[in-house]
Design a protein around this ligand. Structure first.
Ligand code: PMT
Length: 404
């Protein structure tokens, strides 16, 4: 297979200490033949199985083995700057455990903490080790963080046992790399900006006005955009979610900060999706000191409007395709349609935030999509990942033909 789509892609291949390390030579060779730029990182134990010279020759590039090697750049950081995707093949139980726990005691484990691109783990080990609660638990942790795990194949292992634990063939690893890079996806080359989470509007240094948005909806949208091949920027309010792999995340707190961050990026994107629950009001004069309650039975707050971020971008010319959300507690479709019109949006996603099982904080949502022509599509209750797919299906047909 020609693998044209890998041409020019910057891939880090991490090789750890298992007998399948020799198969990584074929992976590196295939990537180099496809025209990818490859950098290989080896752990100390990997070098017991294959010498760095083999990988240096196959990749045409120096192999990184040592955290303390003298060089002009900082090794683990420069790998993160370089990588568009990382694959650990073979991944031993040791590196899987270190990655899941955040242990950074050599070049690879330290570099793994710095990557913000898709990371693929291809475990290869004895079946009993693979099946152990510890390894399965660590793999689960990695999956939850958005790391892609390529299932090992069944067969005869180097130790003589027969069962799952073999490193899959190079073609399967290349497929995983292509999918992680969103190669050939419907949003290849499209730049997407998403807002997520709540904003916090301070009253004083320890109190603020906010809402229960968890960020789950917006994060799911950014993840799905990347899965479809887009490059995604996520402007996130304060949430407790891990950063999605391959997404550039900017963290903000107030509506004003979210406004500034969106304005800094919106001119460079093709699609803007406002899933954040932006506070509409903020205390007009937040106190620099903690407000005293002594002697006060009541307090009147003077609130002032925050900037309407999404309406601002929708008013630009030229502007990206703009998709908003409507958080409603009654008259869902009518109120959402009115918001779409007033804010000048291309598409609005109406959700009922009065229900506890959907909307704020929940893993599920039940939405209706309304476009600028008034066409409405009611969707059943589904996970937020599924809603994200439906929203991007509807948004991508609104993109101009020459985008992507
Ligand atoms: O984060 P989760 O827990 O997963 O919950 C998801 C969600 C309920 C927050 C999400 O599905 C949602 O409905 N987001 C929009 C919440 C909201 O602020 O709705 P709104 O109807 O008040 O605002 C309409 C649109 O204007 C939204 O796209 C909003 O981002 C935008 N807006 C609002 C106010 C403001 N000052 N600037 C804005 O850009």
């Amino acid at each position: 297979m020609a693998r044209e789509a890998l041409r020019g892609r910057r891939i880090v291949v991490a090789v750890t200490g298992g007998i399948a390390a020799y198969k990584a030579c074929d992976l590196v060779s295939a990537l180099a033949r496809a025209g990818a730029e490859v950098r290989v990182v080896m752990t100390r134990n990997a070098q017991r199985f294959v010498g760095p010279l083999s990988f240096a020759t196959l990749s045409g590039s120096e192999v990184s083995c040592d955290m303390w090697a003298e060089r002009d750049d900082i090794g683990h950081i420069s790998l993160a700057d370089f990588a568009q995707a990382v694959i650990i093949a073979p991944a031993t139980a040791n590196i899987i455990g270190k990655y899941a726990s955040g242990i950074a005691d050599d070049l690879l484990s330290t570099a793994l903490l710095t990557f913000d691109c898709p990371v693929i783990v291809a475990p290869a080990m004895n079946t009993r080790m693979l099946d152990s609660d510890a390894v399965q638990g660590n793999l689960r942790t990695l999956r939850e963080r958005g790391v892609r795990v390529v299932e090992p194949e069944e067969g005869r292992l180097a130790c003589g046992h027969v069962g799952p634990g073999r490193l899959p063939p190079t073609e399967v690893l290349l497929d995983a790399l292509e999918e992680s890079l969103g190669v050939g996806g419907p949003l290849s080359g499209v730049r997407v900006l998403v807002t997520a989470g709540p904003t916090r509007e301070p009253l004083d240094p320890v109190r603020f006005i906010s809402n229960p948005s968890s960020g789950k909806m917006g994060y799911a949208l950014a993840e799905e955009a990347v899965r479809r091949g887009a490059s995604a920027v996520l402007i996130s309010g304060p949430v407790a979610l891990p950063e999605p792999a391959g997404v550039a995340v900017t963290r903000v707190s107030t509506a004003a900060q979210m406004h500034d961050a969106v304005e800094a990026h919106a001119g460079e994107v093709d699609l803007f999706i406002g899933a954040a629950a932006v506070a509409d009001w903020r205390p007009a004069q937040p106190s620099d000191e903690k407000l005293k309650k002594s002697g006060r039975e009541e307090m009147t707050l003077h609130l002032t409007r925050t900037p309407d971020i999404i309406a601002g971008v929708a008013g630009w010319n030229p502007r990206p395709v703009v998709v908003g959300f409507a958080a409603e507690t009654g008259d869902l479709l009518a109120n959402a349609a009115q918001k779409l019109q007033e804010k000048g949006l291309d598409l609005i996603v109406a959700n009922d935030v009065g229900r506890a099982d959907i909307g704020f904080g929940a893993d599920a949502n039940e939405v209706a999509l309304i476009d600028a022509s008034g066409h409405q599509q009611r969707l059943p209750r589904m996970t937020k990942a599924e809603v994200a797919r439906a929203v991007l299906d509807a948004a991508q047909v609104l993109l101009p033909r020459d985008v992507g």
